[in-house]
Design a protein around this ligand. Structure first.
Ligand code: PXL
Length: 268
């Protein structure tokens, strides 16, 4: 067998295996990509809540990334939870030294269950240093509002592109208003891709009546895997969304709380 393509995730650990680096690694594996990992933080959480987390010292994160990049031909990088402003700055410095590797930036701020995973300083430095290094940034709607500092959703994509992200995929799967949640059928999820040529394209997919843990990580990891396999950005986004639709349709609750996308699907 030929050597699989390699993707690196720089992310936090979720012990329940639903989100974070565990979600990334399962997604990479399912999509035929060898996953390398640089652990940034160790969260203590279940499928309901984040109880606590420790952030690793910056030098340990830098060392993990540097030894990996020196040894393995990493074809794409995914960034998830970084945990501190110092970590954001250090990761940005390394990425800037490897401009040929495409970077998918998932600007993690809040866990699926609502726990805060990023301080204001992390968000500010992500905007300043990481956005300009990303081939695509994948915020959900609250993240897009916070990163772009706009209340007006019509300005989010354009503003994030002006701040330096080449492409922006705003995901629409976040919580519904109470009125929307009572609609039958539920309103679809619409993800919006703001492309580097200024074109804006919406992608619609069915919404299921559950709250998901790890869906943002899974979509961004799937885009990373397809980029590692050599796809251009838009085809990678389209294939990743196809994978998500299947994974969500086969989603399950591994514990007492939220559902997770079934990244093992389809089973062969
Ligand atoms: O889905 C965002 C996310 C990223 N990284 C870690 C997480 C979560 C959500 O729970 O726990 C470690």
């Amino acid at each position: 067998m030929n050597r699989p393509r390699i993707a690196l995730t720089i992310a936090g650990s979720d012990p329940g295996g639903g989100a974070g680096l565990q979600a990334d690694l399962t997604t990479f594996t399912r999509l035929g990509v060898h996953g390398a990992t640089a652990v940034t933080a160790i969260t203590v959480q279940d499928t309901r809540d984040v109880l606590d987390f420790d952030v690793l010292p910056t030098h340990r994160i830098v060392e993990q990334i540097e030894v990996t990049l020196a040894d393995l031909p990493v074809a794409a990088i995914k960034i998830g939870m970084l945990g501190s402003a110092e970590n954001v700055a250090a990761v940005a410095r390394i990425l800037a030294a490897h401009p040929h590797i495409p970077v998918v930036l998932d600007p993690v701020m809040v866990a699926g269950g609502g726990g805060e995973l990023a301080t204001e300083a992390v968000v500010d430095l992500t905007r300043e240093r990481l956005l300009p290094l990303a081939i695509v940034v994948t915020p959900n709607t609250p993240e897009a509002a916070r990163l772009s500092r706009h209340d007006d959703s019509r300005r989010w994509g354009e503003t994030l592109r002006e701040l330096g992200a080449r492409n922006v995929l705003i995901t629409g799967g976040h919580a519904l208003t109470e009125a929307e949640a009572r609609m039958k059928p539920l309103p679809p999820i619409v993800n919006t891709l703001h492309r580097e040529d200024g074109h804006v394209r919406g992608f619609e997919m069915p919404r299921l009546p559950f709250s998901y843990h790890g869906s943002g990580c899974t979509l961004a990891a799937a885009i990373t895997a397809f980029l590692a396999r050599g796809r251009d950005l838009e085809p990678a986004v389209i294939e990743a969304q196809g994978f998500m639709i299947e994974a969500i349709a086969a989603g399950y609750a591994p514990g007492q709380g939220q559902h997770v996308p079934n990244r093992l699907c389809p089973q062969k």
